[in-house]
Design a protein around this ligand. Sequence first.
Ligand SMILES: [Zn+2]
Length: 404
Amino acid sequence: MHTIRLFQDDVYLKNAKSNVTEINENKDKIDIVLDKTIFFPTGGGQSCDIGTIDKYHVVDVYEDEENLIHHTILEPDCNLTINTEVEIKIDWDLRFENMQRHCGEHILSGIFHREYGGVNRGFHMGDDYMTIDISLEDNLNYTEINWDMCLNAESYANEIIWKNEPVKVLRFNSYEQAKDFPVRKPLELDEDISIVCIGSLENPSDSVACCGTHPATAGQVGFIKIYKVESNKGMYRIYFEAGKKALLEYDKSYDVLTKLTNHFSAGINDVMDKIKAREEKNKSARDRAYRLAKHVASLEESKIRKALSGQPTVYKFDILTIDELLGIGRNLSEMLTSILFLVHNPTNTVLLFSNGKPDCGKLVKDNANIYGGKGGGRKESARAIFPKEEYIDVFIDLIEKHLR
Ligand SMILES: [Zn+2]
């Protein structure tokens, strides 16, 4: 016995009456089997319907090996009983969205096959986009899929939609009955074969075996948009969207574009030029800032060099970076006869330099932690970082006292 699939005869049924034939409790899930259902179970790359059985929410629908369709509900107080009639209802918005996306995939896959001999070897329906993996194997003239080919395919696919070609589902009891009907992929089933045909039966735009749900006409798909193509494991992965989801993605993208054009006081046609001009300006400002910093570091270094007196000395900096201060310290270390402190104010960091005497690393190790400082280093240079600015001067004072 199998569940009667009402969606096969009328894909537009949004609610129906049915009878409960099985109730299986499994941990915190309850699986309901009905004699007939409008709920499409997960399969063939299409996600399942959700909806309600009486007042209970169906969160998952799947088919078992005996062709029974199970409807999963999570409510613990479920009081459905076997052999009772129930009202079933699907989330129609989600179903229609699934039908648009799934049928969009048929149309696009059919085009890639017809135009370029590309065989769809993988399909993924994600939350933000769908992908198909196209393997070029049926037309030796094509060895790659580039962006222009994708735009052509997109245009052909949308023509099929705008011509509102019929989408027919042909049912065959056996492989023998179905085998002569032209399909873009070899049949894999021996019985109960459904072939979905878009366009005329004599010269279809697409024709392939499929058990999913499809709108009755291609026009209901709305439109198809390809986002990008990339090569993937010897095949070409096409990212795209169809139907209402494609419109929502378009809205999202256009919103970003509007923010960009407003931000750059530009129109769609010149926003890229304005971004490039801004980048050029930023690059030249960065180059100038780099040259100025070098110049300032060199001036500071000369100033310190001239003032070296054999006594501990402290210099504080706001603008130069720690790397630039390290450069100054390294350049001076050989001529130091006492300790040199270079303080980087923005990060409460004290850099210590000497000619090895005193041992900067040891001074940091022995004294920094008294004021919550962390750090370390070698004899000739070390650093200590403090949680508060006021600890810097007391740390330096303490070291100067040690050295007297
Ligand atoms: Zn299908």
